[in-house]
Design a protein around this ligand. Sequence first.
Ligand code: C2O
Ligand code: CU
Ligand code: CU
Length: 446
Amino acid sequence: NESYLEGEKPLPIPPILKDENPDPDKAEFNLVAQKGSMEFLEGKKTDTFGYNGDYLGPVIRVKKGEDVSIKIKNELGEATTVHWHGLEVDGEQDGGPHSGIQPGTTWNPKFTIEQPAATLWYHPHLIHKTGEHVYKGLAGLFIIDDEVTEKLDLPKDYGVNDIPLIVQDKQLDVNGQIDYNLSMHDVMMGLQGDTIMVNGAIDPYVEVPKGKVRLRLLNGSNARIYEFRLSNGQAFYQIGTDGGLLEKPVEMNKLVLSSGERAELIVDFSTFKEGETVELTDQGTPFMKFVVSDNKKSGPSEIPDRLAEISEVDPSTAVKTREFVMQGMGRNVSINGKQMDMDRIDEEIKLHDTEIWEISNEAMGMMGMNHGMAHPFHSHGTQFLILDRDGNPPPANEAGWKDTILVMPGEKVRVIATFNHKGLFMYHCHILEHEDYGMMGQFKVD
Ligand code: C2O
Ligand code: CU
Ligand code: CU
């Protein structure tokens, strides 16, 4: 804990990747997965991975309806994949463990954007290697815009009043290196570092205008579950979940975000004076700072009270209910008693079917107490709506599209989804060490 570079570092804002296709209805992007080097600890070089740079990757920004082509060149010197987390595309374009990109080769998925505006992300998904690749820096945001959202009076000046925050924790050894040799504790709990980084910086600050500011939060950590608050206790509004905007803003004092989840928030800085600061905290520990500046073009003073239209999926249209039980610990984590097998298809779903999934986290109960740990359940290929948590309607800030759902020990969550894309997809715990140790299964939509 000696000499982390901290304090007066401006928040890096990931650039928006250039669209190489002049046609407004088409987009073409180039990504290179490459080795990099960062100075996280003063005077020490850390070997990292990044897309088109040393650490993390640019924002891929697309519009609903657009035909997208992405070329990903692998210059890591080892195999990887790129998965579009939250994107509804066919299995062949999804970038799961079957879509390995060998060193020196290029993968070129093509798909059309069919879902509403949302803050998604991309990251590797190679079997047994996802945790290590993400931890070294391979992750980026994938933002979808649509006409509905463009008409809303929300903060939308990227990097000014619409700010991406990729939150990750990191553990560095005495030489400043990322040590991905897992201890027994890391295997059990997932790898948790002692330092929180935002967009690759430790304890950064960002200047924000007066008025309303939108934060696009991604928990890009391997395992840590955050409990975010503002240091002054001020309330904020959640306007979006994993898969898009909520129907209306939800006022909150704290936000719990597990690995893989996203949330869009609105924070009101309109009563702040020039130079006044407030910190973002996790479990009470500050890890980044907002500094209010008169030099920044101020955001809207009000936010709309109607956001997106979320069409309910009627549970009576579900043709099937499937159960997913997350069990075990350490190297024995499993779903429905099985560990991931690339050659086994666990569930078969008919194209365009609506199903209810009952996801439970088997408590290791002793004397009426729920032991065990919380697991964020994630599925590829679709977005869900939560029907209930232990029989109760979901909290208002979860009443929107979700692809990653935190399930507490002993809890049962029912979700509903329609499967409109064919191919082979994964479902898994988004604690990446659990995923890598086999807490993952495959379903085929046909
Ligand atoms: Cu974010 Cu299957 O992954
Ligand atoms: Cu995913
Ligand atoms: Cu887990």
